[in-house]
Design a protein around this ligand. Structure first.
Ligand code: 3SL
Length: 245
């Protein structure tokens, strides 16, 4: 197995040759997606365009759908929810389809949507993702970070490193054995440096600081939790993720 990390959707090659592609947006889209599915959402449908989201979701009964929209960290007017994973409780999500559009996370998912296997990962479901990948044993795995508007993000990179380290441990191989590109080595080094203080790292991250300014301390704390949800969000059809069973 060879692992590659791409720091942003823009840096991800267009000719997708990965057997398995994993999107990461720790703050907060993939944390929200994992939480919504763990709380019983029927599926998550992702959009980069908010007008398209509104149009597509119109076709669903209001009691069967939820619309989540985020731009610049804040809720989009007209949506039921913003992008806080803490809003994704079982009583809110149960049996509903979540239509979601966020600034960067949903773009990362769209970038890899043509891959044979598409997963959404965050720190909170890291172990579940690692176990799933070990089971499938794909030859090539791309980890695509959402970043922030085309730039590197610490929180996504540390999560990529956490997944890589989890795979190294589970497969009993060396870093050299699974390294596909230099970014992967950097991500593992970042994880090794910060694994005991992931929340502390978020305080250095530009998007972590942005969310703190928006009073999202509890979201940061929740998203820094490692291996707390046993859920594997997997693409069932283009742009639609379900919980893998
Ligand atoms: O960029 C994104 O997709 C979001 O996850 C950003 S935020 O955390 O909701 O502000």
């Amino acid at each position: 197995m060879k692992l590659y990390v791409f720091h942003t959707p823009e840096l991800t090659p267009d000719d997708n040759v990965a057997d398995c592609a994993i999107a990461i947006d720790v703050l907060r889209a993939t944390s929200t997606i994992a939480t919504a599915l763990a709380s019983g959402a029927e599926a998550i449908q992702v959009f980069s365009d908010i007008d398209k989201l509104m149009y597509e979701s119109e076709g669903w009964l209001p009691e069967k759908r939820l619309r989540a929209g985020e731009r610049g960290g804040s809720k989009v007017a007209g949506c039921d929810l913003g992008n806080s994973p803490l809003d994704c409780t079982a009583d809110v999500m149960g049996g509903k389809r979540l239509f979601i559009s966020t600034t960067n996370g949903t773009r990362a998912l769209q970038k890899i949507q043509a891959s044979p296997q598409v997963l959404a990962a965050a720190l909170i479901n890291r172990r579940a993702i690692v176990e799933h990948v070990v089971q499938q044993c794909p030859e090539t795995v791309w980890i695509v970070n959402a970043g922030w508007e085309g730039s590197f993000a610490l929180e996504d990179t540390v999560c990529a490193g956490a997944i890589a380290q989890g795979l190294i441990d589970a497969l009993g191989c060396s870093l050299a054995d699974i390294t596909g590109n230099d970014e992967l080595v950097g991500a593992v080094a970042l994880y090794q440096q910060w694994k005991d203080n992931l929340l502390g790292l978020f305080h250095y991250a530009s998007h972590g600081k942005r969310l703190l300014r928006l009073n999202c301390q509890s979201d940061l704390k929740y998203c820094a939790g490692l291996d707390v949800l046993d859920v594997v969000p997997i693409q069932r059809e283009m742009g639609v993720l379900i919980q893998h069973r």
